[in-house]
Design a protein around this ligand. Structure first.
Ligand SMILES: [Zn+2]
Length: 68
């Protein structure tokens, strides 16, 4: 029976994007790169998507009101 190495823990941090300057994988939600400390793009922030969602709801509500 071969001894299969199965990792017992999966990495808990989600790294979706890379730093534009140094290519370091950015921790999702952080506002600074972990390697070169430059500011990360807006789409790496949690608040960006929260604001996007709120904006969409407001726009939908406005569009609904305009159509009345
Ligand atoms: Zn960087």
């Amino acid at each position: 029976m071969p001894d299969l190495h199965i990792p017992s823990q999966r990495p808990r941090t989600r790294r979706l994007f890379r730093c534009a300057l140094c290519g370091h994988r950015l921790r999702f939600g952080s506002s600074q790169c972990g390697a070169c400390w430059s500011r990360t793009p807006l789409y790496n922030r949690v608040g960006f998507y929260r604001g996007l969602g709120v904006g969409l709801v407001v726009l939908t509500a406005l569009g609904f009101l305009m159509s009345l």
